[in-house]
Design a protein around this ligand. Sequence first.
Ligand code: BES
Ligand code: MN
Ligand code: ZN
Length: 506
Amino acid sequence: MKIVFSKPGLPQTGMVVVGVFAERELTSSARSLDESMNGGLVRAIEASRFKGGKGQSLTVLAPAGTRLDRVYVYGLGEAKDVDILGLQAVGGQIYAALSSKRAASVHVAVDRLEDSELAAHEMAAEIALGARLRSYRFDKYRTKQKKDDKPSLKTLHVHCEEGEKARAAYRVSDKVADGVFLTRDLVSEPANVLFPESFAKIIKDELEPLGVEVNVLKPKDMKELGMGALLGVAQGSAREARLVTMTWWGAGKPAKKGRTSKDKAPLAFVGKGVTFDTGGISIKPSAGMEEMKWDMGGAGVVTGLMKALAGRKARVNAVGVVGLVENMPSGTAQRPGDIVTSMSGQTIEVLNTDAEGRLVLADALWYCMETFKPKLMVDLATLTGAIIISLGHEMAGVFSNNDELATNLVAAGTEVGEHLWRLPLGDEYDKMLRSDAADMKNIGGRGAGSITAAQFLQRFVGDVPWAHLDIAGVSWSKKGTPTVPKGGTAFGVRLLDRIVADFYEK
Ligand code: BES
Ligand code: MN
Ligand code: ZN
């Protein structure tokens, strides 16, 4: 879908979209449209239940006295409550309502609000972003789709004052949306198509043209580095593991490799990339197992984030590290009770082969820390079913050894509507990982499953400021929202792009 910003003033034909506030108070565009309809818009509104509340809408077909095909009226709620997320939702709602209506283009009027901090061009850019985010589809494998099942909308015209400024604002968020779409594609791909090797190739193909350095480690390299924890997970699969690093030097490359000066030190983002999680020998029940194709969600977010940062040329140094493996049961699979040695030298008794994400991250985090000496590390992982018990599908869990980082993450999440809830870490939880046979075991007790998982990760981050996002409940949506269609959500891309922009970009 193309998005075009134009001068105020709706066309006389086609489909047009105007806003109305709570209590049926018209915006100025709605008022002038009503005039050209000889009061027909107000009559249509009054004859309906539409009151102008947030999320409400009304459609008027072929209004008499005009040559328009359709007028779509969206509710804005109280003028004083109009905010960025609400406008994105409006954009998404407009897209969803009109993309199935045969029209190839629609024209949306955006008026300046009195006593609002938001300028009309900012509002226009947010509506455009919402529409773009909602327009995502994953239909590459549907060969029998009829024309009427496909979205018809090709161009969204957004009419506002200072279109030039709207265009500039949208240019940035459009790049972030590109990152979101890449993540959604990765998460949606089935595991016969997306496996470590093919994932690594996509990363190269997508990111290298943007100026990101991509480095791919193969099993032999990882063996030399001593990554016994990650390789132990991979050993049951016919698909070879990969560990991929992506570096974006948007704030200038440090003079010497490995001796990163403090202010050039990169931010690091580390992702769990289990391209399919059967559970291994501790095999999962078959019902719902297909969902484990998106157990690479963390790695998907890291990849999409790097695309967003490079795409919008963020003035920041950032590195992405993803550990890519497939967790399968087989004659070569690791067994419950096996003891593996991680790259850090710490040994791990694998009591449950289904607690594999933390084993992958143990080596990915350690490698990241040693290789890049990052300013901070944020990992993302579809790590525990327990986080779904705690927070459902509404929020992700955040764990951190650094209050400032945790606070910034929560704030960035609130801004973009990707909500985080901080959960505790502590010695008593750490003790639950004690093993009789090795330095630690890979599962805790019955309770606090998400916390003991985070506690496990903390053993591999030294004293680098670090946060762990458990995104198991939010990576896939069965119901969707105005800006997130059903399916892969890419939760985390916008949040991390935001924290970079708000707190770490020069
Ligand atoms: N990938 C799963 C976690 C998961 C569950 C993600 C549901 C998305 C939806 C993870 O590898 C796992 O299997 N975790 C186990 C840990 C347990 C064995 C300690 C779990 O949560 O049951
Ligand atoms: Mn598992
Ligand atoms: Zn898993």
